[in-house]
Design a binder for this molecule. Structure first.
Ligand code: AVI
Length: 313
């Protein structure tokens, strides 16, 4: 079972880690949606501002007949691009790849009902698996100009080698002329970044701690959540916000299903997430290493977030 194996590997490593993809069970996904409404978490609002004001311009650059979205979720922001696509042409294809089959299904139904000219296809799986399924279903189609979407600063949760591997995999399935719209959070003031990941009503702390609660629920763990606290710090040199869960006391936590006893010293942490921030040059370098050209960058009025158009050379 991948969750059990990853928890064992992460909690026996030094320093201890847990993969952030396990935040998103039903409760964690609801907490993340709530985080997007927080005053401190500006990322979603800034990206929405860009897409709601620039969608026609973005579509005019690429002239796609198909959108392919990785990690589509409820596709709230995508609607701006879909509507712009349907303003240009009466029909448009939309392929959505997401880990959650239930969210995919309800989103596909809603989109199909709302936009009669839109053909929706859904692929449930992790990103790479979804890309493989999409390719098997649709094959390489150089005649159907495609705009791939990877929004929401999701690229920021990959370490640099993984980000490069991921973009290179997208590049391999792109035909010349296709493009990728990549949402990235911009490097900025430490105080703004740290507040975004450690908000004043404690939602992000609950989101972080929920990964321990999930281990309790699904693997028979005995974590006492009151004996851990959430921490978020910006490492300026690495250009990333790190989230950690810090043990407040010396303790041993049994996890029945593994079975494993995990010892913590007071002050020891589990690194649960990195959220990389990008300058324009960082994006240009990453794009070119992956075989794309950075063609255009749109930012919000506050210059907090960027939507980058990467063209398949
Ligand atoms: C999903 N991802 C882009 C979010 C981020 O900003 O790194 C996850 C998140 N973690 C804490 N708050 C939001």
């Amino acid at each position: 079972m991948p969750f059990a194996d990853d928890v064992r590997a992460g909690l026996t490593a030094r320093p201890k880690t847990l993969p952030p993809k396990y935040f998103y069970d039903e409760l964690g996904s609801a907490l993340f949606e709530a985080i997007c409404l927080l005053p401190e978490y500006y990322l979603t609002r800034a990206e929405t501002e860009i897409l709601s004001t620039r969608a026609d311009e973005i579509l005019a650059h690429v002239e796609p007949r198909r959108l392919v979205e990785l990690g589509s979720g409820t596709a709230v922001k995508t609607r701006y691009l879909i509507e712009a696509g349907l303003r240009r042409n009466r029909t448009l294809d939309y392929s959505a790849i997401d880990i959650s089959a239930t969210v995919l299904e309800s989103t596909a139904k809603a989109l199909q009902a709302q936009y009669p000219g839109l053909t929706v296809r859904s692929f449930a799986g992790e990103y790479y698996e979804g890309m493989r399924m999409l390719q098997a279903a649709q094959g390489p189609s150089p005649d159907v100009r495609t705009l791939a979407l990877f929004l929401g600063s999701n690229i920021g949760n990959f370490d640099p080698p993984e980000a490069l591997r991921f973009l290179s995999a997208i590049r391999r399935v792109c035909a010349p002329g296709d493009a990728l719209l990549l949402g990235t959070d911009l490097k900025k003031d430490r105080a703004v970044l740290e507040a975004a990941y450690d908000d004043s009503i404690g939602l992000t702390a609950a989101f972080d701690l929920n990964i321990l609660a999930r281990i309790n629920r699904e693997l028979g763990g005995a974590f006492d959540l009151r004996k851990f606290r959430h921490r978020a710090t910006y490492d300026e040199r690495a250009g990333r916000v790190e989230m950690h869960l810090e043990s407040l006391v010396d303790q041993v936590v049994p996890i029945r299903a593994l079975p494993l006893d995990v010892a913590f010293a007071a002050g020891e942490t589990i690194h649960t997430e990195s959220s990389y921030k990008f300058s324009r040059d960082d994006v240009r370098r990453l794009a070119s290493d992956a075989g794309f050209t950075l063609e255009h960058v749109w930012t919000d009025a506050g210059e907090r977030f960027a939507c980058n158009l990467l063209r398949c050379a």
